[in-house]
Design a protein around this ligand. Structure first.
Ligand SMILES: [Fe+2]
Ligand SMILES: [Fe+2]
Length: 267
């Protein structure tokens, strides 16, 4: 699972290095959160098509899903592209997909939290309504929980521990160090982190954010384009027979001057 891909720096990392990272990790299946891939907000169809030339099996989104106006028109053309389940049912796109890999049906669900997020229906209520059915449709269920509050993410993950193979948080753009397998076999991390520019405030030029917070005057945000860049992700090992997770490891890589000279670390 790849943490929120931000702007041109994030796209550059994905396009130049995701195939290498996949190989280094010996990963079978890649999910990437692309909610910030185009100028930090949403993803254009052109950028999506380009990013799908990298080994991405399923795309998840979040509160910025429809920030690029064209997304509402193209999202239904891409069965591997998800948006949070919390949207009203008439909204285009879907929140769940199943892809078969080496005979295993891998299901991915995208859902949003409520705490400090745009007005959204309860993720608990929504998950209660669908989780048994989703588990019938796949052997492995991975949930991208897009939320701000650590407590809400932990509560959600513990609520569905044992009913999903993995529940991973996205949205904060800061990787947490609490990756572990919960008591009933669900791999969990509060936030996968961000793939994008490191010397920034969650991907944006830091001076702009500082000015906004100091003065309260609205500012036009710009993605930081300067190096260093970073890759943030997690590698989850799941027993395909039981659907239970064995391990979840953090992956982080830094690129000083060029994406091709990244330093690779894992915990
Ligand atoms: Fe994000
Ligand atoms: Fe977000």
């Amino acid at each position: 699972m790849v943490g929120d891909v931000v702007g041109r720096p994030g796209r550059k990392v994905i396009l130049n290095d995701l195939a290498n990272i996949k190989k280094e990790c010996n990963a079978d299946f890649v999910i990437a959160n692309l909610e910030n891939a185009s100028a930090g907000k949403g993803v254009t169809e052109q950028n999506l098509k380009q990013l799908l030339t990298a080994p991405i099996d399923v795309v998840t989104m979040g509160n910025h899903t429809f920030h690029q106006k064209e997304t509402v028109n193209y999202i239904s053309k891409y069965p591997m592209m998800l948006r949070p389940l919390n949207y009203p049912s008439e909204v285009p796109g879907k929140a769940f997909t199943v892809k078969e890999h080496k005979g295993t049906r891998i299901g991915v669900l995208n859902i949003s939290g409520q705490a400090y997020m745009p007005d959204m229906d309860s993720p608990f209520q929504l998950t209660d309504n669908v989780i048994d059915q989703l588990n019938k449709e796949c052997d492995i269920l991975i949930i991208d929980f897009h939320g701000e509050a650590t407590g809400e993410k932990q509560a959600y993950a513990n609520c569905y521990d044992g009913r999903a193979s993995a529940i991973v948080g996205t949205h904060t753009h800061v990787q947490t160090a609490d990756n572990r397998v919960l008591p009933n076999g669900t791999a969990y991390i509060t936030d996968v982190g961000m793939t994008g520019p490191q010397d920034s405030v969650i991907g944006t030029e830091k001076e702009i954010i500082i000015k906004k917070l100091r003065t309260k005057i609205p500012q036009r945000y710009r993605v930081e384009l300067k190096y260093p860049y970073q890759f943030n992700g997690v590698l989850i090992d799941i027993d395909e027979k039981t659907g239970k997770a064995r391990e979840i490891k953090r992956i982080f890589k830094e690129y000083e001057n060029t994406v091709l000279e990244g330093k690779y670390k894992t915990d």
